[in-house]
Design a protein around this ligand. Structure first.
Ligand code: HEC
Ligand code: HEC
Ligand code: HEC
Ligand code: HEC
Length: 503
């Protein structure tokens, strides 16, 4: 090829590219016009039913529905029985699955053994706060009742009100359709951690919409007087961000506050349960530092005819590498799959090592109590186990941290394992003092064995749950349909899945 034809080819490629870009911008404009001409979905209040939004935004609604393609139950307790030991005495030892698509969030919450089998509004193990990240009815009900009132009472109190899974109203304002933080506790946490709400950029919002739920939280006991003058205590979802977002910052926050989620059934350690600090860990990674937001990878722009829109099929970006990664990177899809897999393998290796050390530490502590160790002798090991398990949990609980923040994830797993091993050495010393040498921890290599050790009455829990699912839960659905809160045929038709149901 001579120089002129190279220039010609380059020019043609350039023109084609420009045309493509103009068309895409045109498409984007069209969608934007639709957005600007926003048919107010509802004049007042919050519209929790995504099918109502879908009448105006069919592309977003259709792709949102596709989150139901990720429906498979992956029982994490089967895969890692160590978890049962780590969480002995706490709900997660009963049932814990890998995340599925947003369409299933509410179903997962109703079906998990952790929420139990309530028989009425005032029954069951969990508080109202457990609905917080599962449903677009949450902002609606918070607005209707008041935030503190919302966070008061048992989970079963609002079963017939919370009926739509995560949907449009979780992230968008009903009157303007713009992105909006529907959860007041995130706004408070941002302010406490030194951010100014009126300085948030659009790009910030494309991550903060997710941070409403993909963040670490605890239930803060908050006394108040209700409208009828009665003293109440709300359990309010609160982010421990006041000292910063790192694992160590939050640990300090919790220690100062004297907080524990539960007392461990074997080691009697006052434990912390990390939830899913996905946003927090993401902020330590290179993509955040280079200005990316969650939506860049999990909601990439998609072209359909002349229309360009953000795909609302929020999923693993590996199912859509072309749109999620190759907009910026130049390698092949396979190369990207391999890079991510390698990061996952590295995390898994250290994760299993740390979990085994922690499980052994809890079981050894149990033995030490049994042979008569005193509170004073146990105190140092107890503190070390609490810290070790917090760091471990923080590092992996958000599922994506191995990719979002690989360095931070591996650092925390390393430190957690070291602390767990330190505790074991201390505990061996205590055991020796009481004449126990060569203590071998019992076998916890299957979910069944581990649940036996942890005293989880699985059959009973499943029976109670099934009674609830066939009884009260159906009443909730019927009432919600009758009163028009649940209208979406798609939501009504989602297949029911759970760890204890046949596939
Ligand atoms: C988990 C949060 C979340 C949920 C749930 C959600 N959206 Fe979005 N939505 C976003 C984000 C983030 C964007 C990207 C904003 C941008 O870049 O323009 C967006 C963009 C949009 C836009 C602007 C055009 C576009 O496609 O970029 C519309 C319209 C929209 N969403 C409608 C909906 C509808 C309808 C639903 C319910 C079916 C919904 N959204 C559910 C977060 C959400
Ligand atoms: C209202 C709370 C809420 C919001 C807002 C939210 N999520 Fe989620 N997300 C969840 C819950 C709960 C699950 C687990 C659902 C289940 O397992 O049933 C989940 C699951 C996921 C999954 C796993 C999906 C799969 O198929 O395995 C990804 C990825 C995800 N969310 C990303 C995001 C991103 C990105 C945003 C912001 C654009 C976001 N989420 C906003 C609550 C939320
Ligand atoms: C640079 C791209 C990128 C950005 C930005 C990003 N993620 Fe991810 N995310 C990924 C990849 C890749 C995975 C791993 C997927 C897998 O293992 O299949 C992942 C995994 C996840 C998972 C776990 C999904 C599962 O089923 O295990 C969640 C949840 C998640 N991300 C949420 C978020 C949130 C919330 C943000 C913003 C705070 C965010 N992501 C920002 C690329 C990204
Ligand atoms: C909007 C642009 C953009 C998108 C989309 C994007 N990246 Fe990146 N990625 C970057 C930038 C910028 C860096 C940092 C490069 C640097 O500073 O050296 C980076 C760095 C990386 C690195 C090296 C750092 C590390 O953590 O190992 C990997 C691997 C990577 N990206 C994978 C992915 C994958 C997988 C996806 C899709 C899920 C993705 N990226 C999507 C812009 C992007």
């Amino acid at each position: 090829m001579n120089k002129n034809s190279i220039i010609l080819v380059l020019a043609l490629v350039g023109i084609a590219f420009m045309t493509f870009m103009l068309l895409s911008i045109g498409g984007k404009k069209e969608e934007q016009a639709l957005l600007n001409a926003t048919p107010v979905i509802k004049e007042e209040g919050i519209e929790a039913r995504s099918d109502e939004w879908g009448k105006y935004y069919p592309h977003q609604y259709d792709s949102w529905k596709q989150t139901s393609e990720s429906s498979k139950i992956e029982d994490q307790l089967e895969k890692y029985p160590q978890l049962v030991i780590l969480w002995a005495g706490y709900g997660f030892a009963k049932d814990y699955n890998a995340p599925r698509g947003h369409a299933f969030a509410l179903q997962s919450n109703r079906n998990t053994l952790r929420t139990g089998g309530p028989t009425g509004a005032d029954d069951g193990p969990m508080p109202m706060a457990c609905w917080t990240c599962k449903s677009s009815d949450v902002p609606r009900l918070m607005e209707k009742e008041g935030e503190l009132e919302f966070f008061t009472g048992k989970w079963a109190r609002a079963g017939s009100e919370i009926v739509n899974p995560i949907g449009c109203a979780d992230c968008h304002n009903t009157q303007t359709s713009q992105l909006e933080l529907s959860r007041p506790y995130l706004k408070r946490a941002l302010e406490e951690s030194g951010q100014e709400l009126d300085k948030l950029t659009f790009q910030d919002m494309r991550s903060l919409a997710c941070a409403q739920c993909h963040s670490e939280y605890y239930f803060k006991k908050t006394p108040y007087t209700d409208k009828s003058g009665k003293d109440q205590v709300a359990a309010v979802v609160t982010f421990p961000w006041a000292k910063g977002l790192s694992a160590e910052n939050m640990e300090e926050y919790y220690n100062e506050y004297g907080f524990m989620d539960w007392e461990h059934k074997m080691s009697r350690v006052p434990m912390l349960k990390a939830q899913h600090p996905g946003y927090e860990t993401f902020t330590t990674g290179i993509h955040f530092k280079r200005g990316l937001s969650c939506a860049d990878c999990h909601m990439p722009y998609t072209q359909k005819g002349a229309i360009k829109f953000s795909t609302h099929k929020i999923q693993s970006p590996l199912d859509n590498i072309a749109n999620s990664c190759l907009t910026c990177h130049r390698q092949s899809e396979q190369e990207f799959k391999d890079i991510v897999q390698e990061k996952l393998d590295r995390k898994n290796q250290l994760n299993v090592i740390a979990m085994n050390s922690l499980a052994a530490a809890h079981l050894t502590a149990k033995k030490a109590w049994e042979v008569g160790a005193t509170q004073a002798e146990m105190a140092p090991a107890i503190d070390t186990i609490r810290s070790a398990q917090w760091l471990w949990d923080y590092s992996i609980a958000s599922h994506g941290s191995f990719f979002h923040a690989p360095g931070e994830t591996l650092r925390l797993l390393g430190v957690a394992n070291n602390k767990a091993q330190q505790a074991r050495i201390t505990l061996s010393g205590i055991l020796a003092k009481y004449g126990v040498i060569d203590y071998e921890v019992p076998d916890f290599s299957t979910k069944e064995k581990a649940q036996q050790l942890a005293g989880v009455p699985l059959d009973k829990l499943v029976d109670e749950k099934q009674t609830f699912r066939k009884g009260l839960m159906q009443e909730w659905n019927n009432e919600a349909v009758e009163e028009g809160r649940l209208t979406d045929e798609f939501v009504k038709g989602l297949p029911e899945k759970a760890s204890y149901l046949p596939e």
